[in-house]
Design a protein around this ligand. Sequence first.
Ligand code: HEM
Length: 235
Amino acid sequence: MSKNLIVLIFVLQIILMKNFLFTSIGKKFAMALSAIFLMIFLLQHFLINITSVFSESLFNWLSHFMGTNPLVQFILQPVLIAGVIFHFIMGFFLEIQNRRATKYEYHKDRGGANSTWMSRNMIWSGLVILSFLVLHFIDFWIPEMNHKYVEFLPDDPNRYHHELVEKFQDPYKVVFYCVSFVLLSLHLLHGFSSSLKSMGTNKSYASSVKNVSYAYSIGIPLGFCFIAIFHHFSH
Ligand code: HEM
């Protein structure tokens, strides 16, 4: 195949993809894709953080590996931040689109009759998660970036665990974190199955999707609550 033909196919694919993303289904598909990506991140984030409860050395080792690996730092981390921003912006777009659609009688939202509380309040649970993320970034991410890339402080592979424990000494913060995790759970209870539906999963898997969705959406936020409360009282 000639080089020009490959370039032409590539350009055509980009145009088709761009057009697809402007359709209603395209936007929902992109939203679902970003949600699945963030749920995979959340699972690995939880698995790393739960080690802090039973093994200080394993948590330090994992945090040091993630914090110094160039692939994680310069490729995965920027992709993750872009994914978070994309998910929130697209969420607002879809919310506005849904509100416009409900102006027409045939789409009228009849409250609990045709939707769940979680699905009608995704924007509110999303906003609480967004404000949690702002505090969480101020707590962990910004000091970490400052340590490594602004002040170039000495690299101590054993600092991560006691830094984490220190952050959970303020009881108000633990309460705010746990309230946010409850809303995260409600957000996931609708978002998990909804994103898989938008990706076109087979209907025959519906009951397995529901079970996994419940286990993930309740288990992960509950686990995060446990981590915060554990470190608050274990100090
Ligand atoms: C008790 C619960 C949690 C703990 C102890 C925790 C801990 C941490 C730590 C230590 C970092 C800094 C990582 C680094 O850059 O070295 C971090 C970053 C981050 N956390 Fe959390 N986290 C918790 C819950 C959450 C939740 C529920 C979310 C999402 C809703 C979240 C999203 C993020 C994001 C997006 C980053 C920045 C990306 C990264 O550097 O990995 N975290 N967290």
